[in-house]
Design a protein around this ligand. Structure first.
Ligand code: NAD
Length: 328
């Protein structure tokens, strides 16, 4: 069953990396009727990916159940996620039943593979969501270039690196661009689509159409910009909060409370960091500090703090149950 499916050129999607974002992209695309394969490096990583997919099925089920409650008791005006299901119309309940059946079966419909050659053999699009480390991404594109069919579009989900950096290594710069998803994509359903100078306009169009087909709001960025739009705003914001914490200006609760009460925002910067994951924050700070010759730069200190106070102690964020805060 495909919920809200439409004419698509891209039908076969391979997601490389089954971590936080890769698993979400794979699940959402499968939910919208794409044929999805997940590639990761070994059995251990794939097993973790399978667990993430099963957890996502539970998240989607609970989103749909909330929509059902909203439909059944309109007087309560329950807020529900409108991205996963169309409006509360007369055939809503049958759509709910279809969606729940579909979601229950999705973990079985997604193919998992540690063999890159097989994983991309019929891919229309490969979305790369491997760690935010230049050398890992470069090695991945070198391997991918050798085995992917010529029709395949490659897209990076990198948060901070720009496509021109990898364009040559992909061996098909005209079919390479960035498609940047936001964490918790079933709610925060945006994709920033950004080519480099050599990306074919038709490829950009395909990426925009595919994003719509999988229920996202595509946002076209016309000029290469490190950090796209979202992270051009978000990274300096989070970095400022980390610097306040590192300099012991205040504690995490007070930093977050100040932001929330002062602006009306639902979450503070350190709560947001826990959701993004401390590993990703560390990688970003480390990349910045590695490109700076000053070993005493603020980025170097922030990277060291994130490693020693958080990552080494297993406090890698909300998904791990511990980060700046403790979670049930
Ligand atoms: P993650 O650490 O949760 O997952 C990375 C996955 O890649 C792991 O499953 C790992 O086993 C796998 N991997 C490692 N080397 C690989 C290789 N050579 N080939 C294939 N898979 C490999 O990372 P994440 O948070 O999902 O981030 C992945 C990418 O998505 C990064 O580029 C990041 O910048 C970007 N991103 C992350 C977020 C976020 O909020 N976490 C948001 C938007 C974009």
């Amino acid at each position: 069953i495909s919920i809200g499916g439409c004419n698509m050129t891209i039908k076969n999607l391979t997601v490389a990396g089954s971590g936080v974002l890769g698993s979400q992209i794979a699940f959402q695309a499968a939910y919208k009727g794409m044929s999805v394969t997940i590639y990761d490096i070994n059995d251990e990583a794939l097993n973790k990916g399978k667990e993430r997919i099963k957890k996502l099925a539970k998240v989607y089920q609970s989103e749909i159940e909330t929509a059902k409650e909203a439909y059944s008791d309109k007087a309560k005006s329950i807020k529900y996620n409108k991205n996963l299901l169309p409006s509360l119309d007369h055939i809503f309940l049958s759509k709910v039943a279809d969606s729940l059946d579909l979601i229950a079966d999705l973990p079985n419909q997604i193919t998992f593979s540690k063999n890159l050659d097989q994983a991309v053999s019929d891919a229309d699009l490969v979305i790369e969501a491997v760690p935010e480390t230049v050398s890992i991404k470069e090695d991945f594109y070198k391997q991918l270039a050798k085995v992917a069919p010529s029709k395949t579009i490659f897209a990076t989900n990198s948060s901070t690196l720009v496509p021109s950096q990898f364009a040559d290594i992909t061996g098909r710069p005209d079919k390479f661009l960035a498609m940047h998803f936001a964490n918790n994509i079933w709610q925060n359903n945006i994709v920033e689509i950004m080519g480099h100078k050599g990306t074919d306009d038709e490829v950009v169009k395909e990426a925009l159409a595919f994003s719509k087909d999988i229920g996202m709001v595509p946002l076209h960025i016309h000029k290469e910009q490190p950090g796209y739009i979202l992270n051009s705003i978000l990274v300096p914001f989070l970095e400022s909060a980390l610097a306040l914490y590192y300099n012991k200006v205040s504690d995490s609760e007070t930093i977050d409370k100040t932001w929330k009460l002062g602006t009306g925002a639902p979450m503070g910067p350190l709560e947001i960091l826990d959701i993004i994951g401390i590993d990703t924050a560390y990688n970003i700070m480390k990349n910045y500090s590695d490109t700076n010759s000053d070993p005493n730069s603020l980025h170097a200190h922030l990277a060291k703090m994130l490693k020693e106070e958080f990552i080494d102690k297993g406090r890698t964020g909300k998904a791990a149950g511990h980060g700046f805060y403790d979670y049930d």
